[in-house]
Design a protein around this ligand. Structure first.
Ligand code: GAL
Length: 414
């Protein structure tokens, strides 16, 4: 396609305000929240392949997952949907399908046999009424611990494997004048730290029971009490400039050695790679300290607005195809920090942390998912994030009070 016609098409689309699907079958507006360097670089691999196959990509980045999801939904409800939008698969996406707002890409998925190429857990979460409503592009892990090796050496500490070891290490780092934990003070990031403590202190069965049942006894249990005590004990190890900090700024603190540890999903590893650091060299990675081994998976996917009924436009069908292409799966995930959603693409060229993820996931007992994927309704997810953040940012709430308000928030929202 010639350069000038592409610009003319987009201009026509922007001036008319009519959805992309109506103007040009091969044009897709893509709404997403990938605004960091590594996220942009990774998504660029998808765009490159899409355009190489004759597609026209109209990019609509919206900073922050929550903002982007809200923008996608508001655009749909406002009758001006983005053809393709990033969304975490799970309950919240099913809520949109319930309202008939989505196109399904089941025909492409069937032709390309996604059922055999994707882990069963992802197959299940990407379907609505037995039909694919999203193209899963990766598997991220949320319970990672990234660390600056030199900072640990300077303070004479080993990589901790239990939370009590971590407290000892953090105190030594602080005494050595190093910020122990680089944290971005935003509710979703505080929840990621909390969930690593929850998994580490309670174990994988406790984590799974909590988020799959939201059971009051589990919420009120002594184990949950220990989780809040451990979480509270981490507060002194975060610097006072943490509130509001973006996750990739915290990652940079670890890359530069301004902070020793970051507890974050392996999208942080995407930033480490984008900074030219080979993961496992100056910046190391390990699963967060825990009593047993587990991997909290979160899956990025792109869903498709119903532009003209449930059938996808040619551009939407092309996008679904491109996202699951083996070469795109490799090129994208290498830059993004995640591992391929497809089980059948060779991953031996991925970095040492990715190899640890792939090895860990070979044991199905380690499979856990983030809250959304557990079918936790969006109202409860919001209550989980808010109550954890309330406790984390409160100077005087005791762990007991923190646990109780967490229990109440969930039982009220569910
Ligand atoms: C998550 C998403 C990741 C990463 C992160 C930070 O929701 O699954 O891919 O982008 O947000 O933006």
């Amino acid at each position: 396609m010639k350069e000038f016609s592409k610009v003319a098409l987009v201009a026509a689309f922007l001036s008319t305000g009519v959805s992309a699907g109506a103007l040009h079958a091969q044009t897709a507006e893509v709404l997403h929240w990938w605004t960091s360097g590594s996220e942009q670089a990774a998504l660029g691999e998808v765009r490159k392949a899409f355009e190489a196959q004759g597609g026209t990509w109209v990019d609509t980045p919206v900073a922050g997952g929550g903002n982007a999801r809200a923008a996608a939904v508001n655009r749909m409800l406002g009758g001006d949907p983005a053809a393709v939008f990033q969304f975490s698969i799970g309950q919240q996406l099913r809520e949109l399908a319930d309202q008939g707002l989505l196109a399904n890409v089941d025909q492409i998925a069937t032709e390309e046999n996604w059922d055999d190429k994707l882990p069963p857990l992802i197959v299940k979460a990407a379907k609505y009424d037995g039909e694919y409503i999203a193209a899963p592009i990766n598997i991220h892990g949320e319970n990672w611990m990234f660390f600056n090796k030199q900072a640990l050496e300077e303070a004479g500490v080993e990589v901790p494997t239990s939370w009590s070891d971590f407290m000892t290490a953090a105190q030594k780092l602080q005494d050595a004048g190093i910020i122990p934990i680089g944290l971005g003070g935003q509710p979703w990031q505080e929840r990621i730290l909390f969930n690593s403590v929850l998994l580490g202190v309670g174990g994988r069965d406790f984590y799974a029971e909590l988020y799959s049942t939201l059971d009051d006894d589990v919420l009120a249990s002594d184990t949950m009490g220990k989780v809040f005590e451990t979480f509270a004990a981490l507060k002194p190890f975060v610097d006072e400039s943490s509130p509001g900090r973006n996750w990739n700024e915290a990652t940079n603190m670890v890359i530069k050695g301004d902070a020793a540890f970051q507890f974050m999903g392996d999208w942080a590893k995407g930033e480490i790679i984008a900074a030219g650091v080979e993961p496992g060299t100056t910046v190391g990675c390990a699963l967060a300290p825990a009593i047993d081994t587990a991997y909290i998976m979160t899956v990025d996917a792109f869903a498709f607005s119903a532009m003209d009924g449930q059938d996808p436009t040619p551009a939407q069908a092309k996008m679904a195809h491109v996202m699951l292409e083996p070469d795109v799966q490799i090129a994208f995930n290498k830059k993004k920090g995640s591992i391929p959603a497809r089980l059948d693409v060779p991953a031996n060229s991925f970095d040492a942390c990715a190899q640890l993820a792939i090895k860990t996931l070979q044991d199905p007992k380690t499979h856990l998912v983030s809250t959304g994927l557990f079918g936790v309704p969006s109202a409860v997810s919001g209550a989980v994030d808010d109550s954890i953040s309330n406790f984390w940012n409160s100077a005087d709430m005791s762990p007991e009070e923190g646990q109780e308000q967490f229990r109440q928030a969930i039982s009220y929202a569910k």
